[in-house]
Design a protein around this ligand. Structure first.
Ligand SMILES: C[S@@+](CC[C@H](N)C(=O)[O-])C[C@H]1O[C@@H](n2cnc3c(N)ncnc32)[C@H](O)[C@@H]1O
Length: 381
């Protein structure tokens, strides 16, 4: 993985659409200057330029993540900064928000309503948001190089399973870049409507792809997928949709389908992300777990928690690594995972787990806002 660059900002093909639009609107990318423009850029590095001629389309990730905030910089000079620490004011504001959220939780009646049939709310989501589904995730292969390997012409038979595939925002870009005639992509989602959307996509090609309904937290394996056969599992903003009570079954299912040595590519929300901080009263289900306005659920992860879960330690309070107790508020950008110190059997090696943070600035209101995502690669032992 490319040390968690901030390439992968399109966090959201999810219900977080408003926030995604805001992120997109505030994000400016930079490129290197064209020939003949060196004199101008010699005074101002191109990655710091305001000139729109240096801005690339948002979908090109390669120069993303290069606008670092240096000492003495005016934060409000630009509208987005990469690899930043949250400031004390934001931390304090977040804690106040969390206290307010905890004090006004979702009623027991509603908790039951949202937890008893989560697929219903995702079906509604996919019914209502057809126009917003498709994104071109060019950052995928950059962040998860294993996708280069399995899609290479001579890679031979390779099976990729995407869990919680939604509208296929990950599966279709993989197919679009695929040169391997022996690749098979299983794209599963527990929402029937999402599976319908994938099956009706113009690029749905049953020689290479199979979209099916599957609940990752069920007792079954996905249709047509045998134990110990999958090379790569993709989990992009799906784990956050599960209740903490479902984590163990989901991780065990993923472990079951993967070949020994097979890899999980993971990206999801981090604790302290703006999407969490701005939840209002009546949205709190339990710590770090919320219900959105459309009835879909979302969890915000801490780094040590993810390391613990994927190592196969499901009891809270049993950290696998004392140095790993980090949230978006204090974690360095990307840390290699150290070995577990617990005696419990390990399911996965945490090969990489990093925090991807980005500061957005509303220059008009002189407000600083932080997005935060967790990204990792876990290998079946
Ligand atoms: C935030 S969306 C992400 C969709 C897609 N991975 C993407 O990044 O565009 C979460 C997806 O997880 C699916 N999902 C939620 N719980 C699930 C479960 N238990 N099993 C399988 N899919 C689930 C939802 O239907 C939804 O499509």
């Amino acid at each position: 993985m490319a040390a968690v660059t901030t390439a992968a900002v399109d966090a959201v093909s999810s219900p977080d659409l408003e926030l995604a639009k805001q992120t997109s609107a505030l994000t400016v990318q930079e490129t290197t200057p064209e020939a003949g423009t060196e004199t101008k850029t010699a005074q101002l590095p191109p990655h710091r330029s305001h000139d729109p001629q240096y801005n690339m389309k948002r979908s090109d990730p390669f120069m993303f993540g290069s606008r670092y905030l240096d000492q003495g910089d005016d934060v409000f000079e630009f509208n987005a900064w990469d690899h930043v620490e949250t400031d004390d004011a934001y931390k304090e504001y977040s804690e106040q928000q969390f206290a307010m959220q905890r004090a006004s939780p979702v009623s027991e009646f509603d908790k039951n309503r949202f937890n008893s049939d989560p697929a219903r709310f995702w079906n509604l989501f996919y019914k209502n948001n057809t126009a917003n589904f498709f994104k071109n995730r060019k950052w995928l292969q950059q962040e998860f190089p294993v996708l280069h390997r399995v899609t290479a012409e001579d890679a031979g038979p390779q099976i990729v399973l995407e869990v919680g595939a939604g509208a296929g925002n990950t599966a279709f870009p993989i197919l679009a870049n695929n040169k391997n005639p022996k690749l098979k992509v299983h794209a599963c989602d527990f929402s029937k409507k999402a599976v319908e959307v994938m099956r009706s996509h113009a690029e749905y090609n049953t020689d290479l792809m199979q979209a099916d309904v599957w609940d990752v937290a069920s007792e079954e394996l996905p249709p047509g997928v045998e134990e110990n056969t999958v090379d790569v599992v993709l989990m992009i903003f799906i784990f956050s949709a599960l209740s903490p009570l479902q984590w163990e079954q989901a991780v065990r299912n993923i472990h079951r389908v993967l070949k020994p040595g097979g890899e999980v590519c993971f990206r999801d929300y981090g604790r302290g992300d703006l999407a969490q901080v701005r939840f209002k009263k009546g949205r709190y289900l339990e710590e770090n777990f919320y219900i959105r306005g459309d009835g879909t659920r979302v969890y915000f992860f801490e780094k040590d928690e993810l390391a613990r879960i994927w190592s196969g330690v499901f009891k809270a309070g049993a950290p696998t690594n004392e140095n790993n107790n980090e949230t978006c508020d204090n974690a360095p950008d990307s840390l290699p995972q150290e070995p577990s110190t617990t005696k419990e059997p390990q399911l996965f090696d945490v090969e990489e787990l990093g925090v991807d943070r980005r500061m957005l600035v509303n220059r008009a209101k002189r407000l600083k806002m932080y997005r935060c995502w967790m990204q990792g690669r876990f290998r079946k032992k």
